[in-house]
Ligand binder design. Sequence first.
Ligand code: ADP
Ligand code: MG
Length: 486
Amino acid sequence: MELSEEIRNKYQPVIGLEIHAQMLTKTKAYSNDKNEYGSVPNTNVSPITLGHPGTLPRMNSKTIDFAIKMGLACGSDIAPEQHFARKNYFYPDLPKGYQITQDTTPICTGGEIVVKDADGNDKAIKVTRIHMEEDAGKSMHDIDPFNTLIDLNRAGVPLIEVVSEPDIRTSQEAYNYVTEVRKLVRYLEICDGNMEEGSLRCDANISVMLKGAAEYGVRVEVKNMNSMRNVQRAIEHEITRHIIAIENGEIIYPETRNFDALKGTTTAMRSKEAANDYRFFPEPDLQPIKITQEKIESLRAEMPPLPAALFAKYTKELGLSEYDAQLLTDQKEIALFFEAIIEHTSNYKAAANWLMGDVKSYLNTNAITIEEFPISAKNIAGLIALIDSGKISNNLASQKVFPAMLTENASALEVAEKHDWIQDSDEGAIIEIIKAVFDENPGEFERFKAGEQKLMGFLMGKVMQKSKGKADPKSASKLINQLSKS
Ligand code: ADP
Ligand code: MG
């Protein structure tokens, strides 16, 4: 599909996202069946999950705690009483014939999630609601050539659904929003955020209108996008498709569409007019559950520092760049390690550089997480202090001291002393070494004297070698210059 910039610019896309997140509870939402990804199919399935006659659901209180934490993170209002509703429909992977969900009484209402817009500025996307519900089972169409197979392990897994207001304006903003939601649920440890495994799923509602129009256009809802990149692709595709249709005088109908990741296109699944009548009614088997203010406050007290607050602290209080702050807060474990380093040093920039540089690359090379990293945060701070005091150079720290700390389980100072790496700032000793280097390399020395500056590297190399890396490079190069002129 081709669309000129000029025509595209006449229109304003409008986007609202619905995100389902599987809760990291040990057991399911309304039974004590295990909530576990990757179990042998149909092993975590009790009569309660199947909704057999005589069974009764029981609310998993962890789901409520997790949903409240998400609401607090977004600044939502938390409903004082939880009411549940039955959403009835027939589908082979829905053994009960209904889902227990929240209809008109979501646990959280209002609030916002701040994301970067396409220009990199902060923009608040309002949250309409967050409610609790349960997942359906999984139909697998690609395992048996003739039959659809069903795994009911997922049936009854607790979900929260986060519904945004139609505040999003570009596919990039939508991408940033999903990134932010994923970061939040991971910080809160309520969902693993894995889109490929389906533990975080996103439906995108998209419409376009002429710029300045008073009313939004007709929306379609696109389902089945299993990566952030695909959310963005699907939205771009829909924006273009809508504009071309409207320009051709066609009418957009409200419908649900399916995204085909291979083709990058969408196809109609069902029209909204023919939408299911879910015949919601209050769930008769679950009593309303009261949430006290004390409960809310105790959950708030358990919450970790959140990425937005840490980002603000790093840029405004510690004077780090937005780029550094972004990298540091991307992952909670990294942010917490950084927090631990700066308890012992106020050289924040050096702390960020070590963590995002040598530490991160060690983690990557060895495919381990920061929790498995062998050097303590305190010892990283000690390494920085040793450099700042002039006792070791940055180079020596990175090439010798840091690697030794990885295996020797000792502080930077201990390691440096043991290996005799503490830098010679004693000028006399360095002068002797430089003179010896000049004597041993007369040709290079003469050429350097005659103005061949590029030989500095060669001479420095010899000096460092002779001093076993202990000469302070700055004063050594100064002395080489001075001595060659005398
Ligand atoms: P449904 O049950 O049809 O999915 P929901 O209330 O669950 O309805 O979700 C509606 C979603 O659609 C919200 O995310 C909302 O922001 C979004 N939305 C509503 N109107 C529009 C519109 N005109 N264009 C784009 N998105 C919209
Ligand atoms: Mg929807």
